[in-house]
Design a binder for this molecule. Structure first.
Ligand SMILES: Cc1cc2nc3c(=O)[nH]c(=O)nc-3n(C[C@H](O)[C@H](O)[C@H](O)COP(=O)(O)OP(=O)(O)OC[C@H]3O[C@@H](n4cnc5c(N)ncnc54)[C@H](O)[C@@H]3O)c2cc1C
Length: 394
């Protein structure tokens, strides 16, 4: 089977069979599935090797409502419930190239601070362009000195006439090279979380330079180190209140983690689809792999990990729609999703054998993308710690 001939999605994974799914969910799923299979999957290998997604894809994704999905209509967005968001993440994962999705959707981790903390002028300047696929957004929190302990960040913004001067650097920033708008966390006060503010920084600001970074997976998305040397930020580009940025950053992580967990669910499902299709075709010792009990039990084990993840995410979707903020459970589900993706990628490569190790297929890419899903947006250890506190264990 060539990388572009994909096995059919498996019925028992279908999110539209979950309680609460309606006709509009199915219609959205069908249109996105068509979009991914026509516009993304045939090019996934080529774009991954090239290390870049064409700008045109952003506009095409915007045309079907993807870039503005879940955001307010007044800025060109399309509001939706959390099940729709989950369907989007799972369908996008079907291309089996996390770098394409990270690139295409890097704005989704920086929109919330703009929406919640930006002035009307800033929102109007940034959001319609992002949702129309005409601009790319990036979020800069992590620094060379560390990403897990956000409260210790050292990039500093100091007051000057008409605004602020930014000095310091960020690292591992998705769409760091190509973004037009950056949301940057910087220290404006004393030590700890209570001295952090969040700013909008524009691409062409004098003193702002970028350097590309090579990495293990997600090749199709650019990742960069950002350097700020006396970069001027106008007063109006402070998002929220001075020194109150830490809670903006922390709240922002919830949507990112939920999205990554739903993405990991999708990648794990792809691993099952690919491994099952291969196991039905491939023969060893005179019989198909699936005829070996050991192999089919491996597939069952993968499904057995995936279904609880799907259920947990579906319950969280309902709770979030109901206005709850289950931060502890979101932390748990993101950490669990990373492990499920890891186990499924590992098993799928094993079932595919040498073919699973060859470049160009979905499973090989997914295997290389496991670690970023277990580290980015909060490493498992950090998530467990947060869950312990939020669930009231300590
Ligand atoms: C491809 C990629 C894209 C990324 N995109 C972005 C982006 O767009 N924007 C952004 O701001 N960041 C981004 N990141 C950064 C990411 O969020 C950080 O890598 C992550 O938060 C971990 O920070 P760190 O790498 O500095 O690891 P550190 O904080 O140095 O931690 C290293 C490891 O130590 C362990 N650890 C840390 N603290 C503890 C503890 N208290 N107890 C036990 N173990 C601990 C964890 O296993 C952790 O993985 C990206 C990272 C990657 C790899």
């Amino acid at each position: 089977m060539s990388p572009n001939q994909l096995p059919e999605p498996l019925d028992f994974f279908d999110l539209c069979k979950l309680p609460g799914a309606q006709e509009h969910h199915r219609a959205f799923q069908a249109s996105l599935r068509r979009f991914v299979s026509q516009e993304i999957t045939p090019h996934a290998h080529e774009w991954d090797e090239a290390g870049e997604v064409p700008r045109d894809l952003f506009r095409k994704a915007a045309a079907i409502g993807l870039q503005g999905l879940s955001y307010p209509e007044e800025y060109g967005g399309t509001p939706c419930d959390h099940l729709t968001g989950m369907i989007a993440a799972v369908e996008l994962a079907r291309c089996g190239a996390g770098g394409i999705n990270a690139s295409l959707r890097s704005h989704t981790i920086m929109v919330q601070p703009v929406l919640l903390g930006g002035s009307e002028e800033v929102r109007r300047k940034v959001l319609p362009k992002l949702f129309a696929g005409e601009a790319i957004g990036a979020l800069g929190i992590t620094e060379p000195s560390g990403g897990s302990d956000v409260a210790q960040l050292t990039t500093r913004a100091t007051r000057c006439e008409g605004g602020w001067r930014l000095n310091g650097g960020k690292i591992f920033i998705t769409s760091g090279m190509r973004a037009d708008f950056y949301v940057i966390a910087a220290r404006t006060g004393g030590p700890g979380g209570s001295g952090v503010s969040v700013f909008l920084v524009e691409r062409d600001s004098p003193g702002f330079t970028r350097q590309p970074l090579k990495k293990m997976g997600w090749w199709a998305s650019d990742t960069a180190a950002l350097h700020f040397d006396e970069v001027f930020i106008p007063e109006g580009h402070l998002l929220g209140t001075e020194n109150q940025g830490f809670s903006i950053v922390m709240n922002n992580f919830n949507a990112e983690r939920l999205g990554m967990a739903a993405g990991a669910l999708g990648y794990a499902q792809v691993c099952v689809e690919e491994a099952l299709a291969w196991a039905r075709e491939r023969k060893t010792f005179g019989q198909t792999l699936i005829s070996h009990q050991v192999v089919r039990h491996k597939l069952v084990r993968m499904i057995d990990e995936i279904l609880p993840l799907q259920s947990h995410l579906a319950v969280l979707a309902q709770r979030l729609d109901a206005g709850e903020k289950p931060v502890g459970e979101i932390s748990l589900v993101k950490a669990y999703a990373g492990r499920v993706m890891r186990d499924c990628a590992d098993t799928a490569v094993q079932i595919l054998g040498g073919s699973g190790f060859m470049r160009g297929g979905r499973v090989e890419r997914i295997y290389r993308e496991v670690k970023v899903m277990m580290i980015g947006g909060g490493a498992e250890e950090i998530l467990n710690e947060l869950a312990a506190r939020k669930l009231g264990l300590v």
